[in-house]
Design a protein around this ligand. Structure first.
Ligand code: ZN
Length: 150
């Protein structure tokens, strides 16, 4: 794939982000607000970059069984899937097929991307959920929350 944008330097990206945030800046903005403004200014770009990469990966996936590697019988070529990522919602399309030897249906792209069949969250989002939930050992022990009580 041609990548003419790689000629953009990191300094160019920094200048773009800085100018974009500065355009919305109020006088006396604190560092916390600046952090949030930089986060918001770049979030949609990062989400779109993730979506483009996910679409490329899904499109590049051969329609073969992830278990026995036999060619799948095509059931559909472009079934849509929406996944909530840590950067926002990502949509892509992928092929769906049936493996005769295994007797199962598969979305090879979902398997390659590490997506659980019915999960609405990306692997990263699921990881974040896991770490934000109280562990079973702390439940019921009087220490249910990790945040200090007021
Ligand atoms: Zn198979």
């Amino acid at each position: 794939m041609s990548t003419p944008f790689l000629k953009l330097s990191e300094a160019d990206v920094v200048a773009w982000i800085t100018a974009r945030v500065r355009a919305e800046l109020k006088e006396g903005t604190g560092m916390g607000e600046l952090e949030l403004a930089v986060e918001q200014a770049t979030r949609e770009c990062r989400r779109q970059a993730l979506e483009a990469l996910v679409k490329e990966q899904a499109a590049a996936q051969p329609l073969v069984c992830p278990v026995c590697e036999q060619r799948l019988n095509v059931e559909a070529y472009a079934r849509a899937r929406d996944v909530n990522s840590s950067l926002g919602p990502v949509s892509f399309r992928r092929a769906y097929g049936f493996c005769v030897p295994c007797g199962q249906h598969f979305y090879p792209a979902d398997v390659a991307l590490g997506l659980h069949p019915r999960a609405t969250g990306s692997p990263r989002v699921q990881e974040l959920w896991t770490y934000s939930l109280p562990s079973p050992t702390t439940l019921g022990s009087g220490a249910r929350t990790k945040t200090p009580m007021a």
